[in-house]
Ligand binder design. Structure first.
Ligand code: MG
Ligand code: ZN
Length: 378
């Protein structure tokens, strides 16, 4: 039996369901080497129009059942239904079959499959350049918006390089020199209530950032901005977060679209994942519908603009969420969960705008980085 376990790698997925079931106990108890190719380079057919801007919206923990919840629980047509291109992303990390959000974001930000917990570093803990760093050097504007703290795994992977996602204070030290033109989210305490006693808000100001901690401004300023509206994560929708995410996204789009060269914006619906971990269907669905509303706004912007590629995807699924029947009653849906952790199911990728056709098909999650990078000209 151990021989079989050794042979099992990610690249060798063509095993029967029966074998998978039989080997389940081995998979969960053995130390497996998971090999995923890192060196994907997207090739773009010449007829594909390239975008000027990319907005990447990440629904943390948003699998297909989560997306389906928008169909059942939204009054009106979900924004998800406005996409013409749909793909599926294989989410395993370099260390585990089931990824976490740190490895799951580093695939998008830097194109490498890495170990669970890694923020902007490869599987040997070496820093890898992120799309945000690359594009800001090339003259693009960049922005990061989240409903978690900006130091939480998903946003952090776009501007920081640390070996563990838990090093929130270390992650924060990357913000002043990140080149990011607008940050919006929570995470104030990691700037001004630090163990090392440093005041990183002062450092942000010294680097030319406007520091805003009271409320979301109506219009963007001419300077770089960091808008931190909570000590740690932003409140839940049920705690009165209101239209923070759609409004923050709108503000970022207004600011970044002033750049003639183009922009890259990452927007995260961070708490879809948290609802999944809590096995709290109401929490999950409220966060999902807020994310859907935000997507709708980005699609409206992109339709008017004509040069913006909008990509919506997830880092992984959370909760083993399903929309099962309520007992034997096929007229009723009862959201259920199979885990308080993540699952290894593929997650959907939605794309709309110039270059969208590249996102058809089934591919490894890190290919999303390579496709985006090829589409935004240097
Ligand atoms: Mg996240
Ligand atoms: Zn999670």
């Amino acid at each position: 039996m151990p021989i079989f376990a050794e042979k099992y790698t990610i690249m060798n997925f063509k095993i029967s369901l029966l074998t998978l079931l039989l080997s389940f106990s081995i998979i969960t108890t053995s130390c497996l080497s998971v090999q995923v190719s890192d060196n994907t380079v997207a090739t773009i057919p010449s007829e594909v129009k390239k975008p000027k801007n990319i907005v990447l919206l990440i629904g943390d923990g948003m699998g297909l059942s989560q997306v389906s919840a928008a169909i059942y629980y939204k009054a009106g047509k979900p924004a998800f239904e406005r996409f013409s291109t749909i793909g599926l992303s294989k989410t395993s990390s370099s260390s585990q079959l089931v990824t976490d959000s740190a490895a799951g974001a580093t695939v998008f930000s830097a194109g490498v499959k890495t170990y669970n917990g890694a923020i902007g570093v490869d599987k040997d803990t070496i820093a890898v350049p992120t799309i945000v760093e690359q594009l800001s050097k090339e003259g693009y504007s960049t922005g990061i918006v989240a409903t978690s703290s900006i130091q939480h795994a998903t946003p952090a992977a776009f501007y920081a390089h640390v070996k563990s996602r838990r090093l929130y204070e270390d992650i924060t030290t990357f913000a002043p020199n990140s080149g990011v033109n607008i940050f919006i989210g929570g995470g104030l305490k990691f700037f001004n209530q630090r163990k090392d006693g440093k005041d990183l808000l002062a450092e942000m100001k010294a680097k030319g950032y406007d520091v805003i901690t009271d409320q979301l401004p109506k219009t963007p300023s001419k300077n770089n901005e960091i808008i931190l509206l909570a000590e740690d994560g932003m409140p839940k929708m049920s705690e009165g977060r209101g239209d923070f995410l759609p409004n923050a996204t709108k503000l970022a789009l207004e600011k970044l679209s002033k750049n003639e060269k183009g922009f890259f914006l990452m927007v995260e619906g961070s708490q879809i994942d948290w609802g999944g971990h809590d096995n709290d269907a109401d929490y999950l669905i409220e966060e999902l519908l807020d994310f859907d509303k935000t997507i709708g706004q980005v699609l409206d912007f992109a339709r008017k603009d004509g040069e913006t590629l909008v990509i919506v995807t997830a880092d992984h699924e959370t909760g083993g969420f399903t929309l099962s029947t309520d007992g034997k009653d096929y007229n009723k849906i009862k959201p259920t969960f199979s885990t308080t952790g993540h699952s290894g199911t593929m997650v959907p990728v939605f794309a709309e705008g110039p270059g969208a056709s590249l996102f058809n098909g089934i591919y490894e999650s890190n290919e999303i980085y390579h496709k985006m990078r090829e589409l935004l000209a240097k």
